[in-house]
Design a protein around this ligand. Sequence first.
Ligand code: NFE
Length: 503
Amino acid sequence: MKVKIGPVTRIEGHLNVETTIENNLVTDAHCEGEMFRGFEAFLKGRDPLDAQQITQRICGVCPYAHAIASSYAQEMAYNLEPTPNGRILHNLIQGANHLYDYLLHFYQLCALDFVDVTAIAAYKGRDPSMVQLRDWVKGELASGKAFPAAPFLPRLAGRYIDDPEINLQALKNYLDAMEIQKKANRASAIFGGKFPHATGIFPGGCTQKVSIDLIISYQSLIKETIDFYKLKYIPDVLAVAAGFPEYWNIGRSQGDFLSYGLLPFSPNPQSQRLLAAGVLSDGRVETVNFEKIMEDVKYSRYSSPSGLKVREGKLIPDPHKKSAYSWIKAPRYDGRMVEVGPAARVLVDYSSNNNQRLRELVDRYAGLAGIQPMQLNSVLGRHLCRALCGLVIGEFLLQESERLDLGSSSMAKFEVPATGEGFGATEASRGALLHYIRLKDHKIEKYECVVPTTWNCSPRDDNDQPGAMETALLSTRVENPEEQIESVRIVHSFDPCLACAVH
Ligand code: NFE
């Protein structure tokens, strides 16, 4: 039987997933992106310095990653190196956005798949703030009012956490996480100007001058966020893992892993990064080569040629194309399907033996959970990888902010050349993000974005190879084929953003 579990809710944008179920097993899956946007088309002919502003409007969740990728691409095209302060500010703005985004994903978009608010009434503890929250929940549930039953109820059929205390703590952290997200966003806005869609990020640096009060404000917000990661977020991921250990083995994608690396250590974006770049295949890490990336459209709603390299990309929408089932293209690396995102980021870095702090955290928590590092390719693995990456990023941001030089400029001086081309690659929260720009007569002649969710939610490619999420759903046992909480948990673990995927 075929079951559409779309539109999948609590994600960004319009995703449909059609599963085929036989004997309670998912035997096939198709991810369908349902909306066309066209940023690459309308960037053509514009002033190149519009690009890092306009591409942020691809998405309200990860705008800074688009601004950064665009700035890197323009820096390459202009042969421009940012000032040391400029690069540090790029890192501070983008890193704080990761801290916000992981919390949003785990608490507001995923915790609801595991937490049972109806169990909270049975809490027998005496902690006054918990008792108050319990009584409030009881009252709200009894009154039939929308909150807090919504967004926790109604929900899909399935097993949820049964311990009242864990549920209550999770609800408290769900609420507190929103306050911490505000703080992380405020930290980004100190140098970026505002959230979302920062005005301060430019090729060559940042328009905000640095001052001691701004640095101290930034650091205090990041410190509070790191505390929440240590005291709440990581323990909450482990609490979910303790209740649902089977999810270390559910939702495994069946391809390789790609990460572009995150947060360069020097003004040159090609320099070593806090988290390493690479393609991980069979335990070996290869250097990323953008020339090996091609986008297939056999099953995508475009009549432009299939299998084009990034710099050749074309976009001719064909809404009625017979073979197509998605507006998402199918990017492939050297013909191979890859997963991008938190698990890819961690596994590429771990296998490269790059960041020792991350390695230590992975070994410690994989040991606690009794799993092998490769089991991070799973529903729980993606959740744990976000939390661990966030801690490593947060600690780095504190050190990085100490390197700002109060007497130096945040922006390099430059002029936009008449011609040039550049690639800009970074890790958005959801994974590997690539922008490409080509200039002619001081204007954008071509702009291409190859975006994390495009990789993860891609349809079949020209060789009929499924995308990462399509493979992650295969062989999943579903208790209730009509509702499939198990499949929904897999889809949510990727944190799809369809606004980004089709752009
Ligand atoms: Ni719209 Fe995005 C991130 C990017 S996902 S959220 O993270 O780039 O494709």
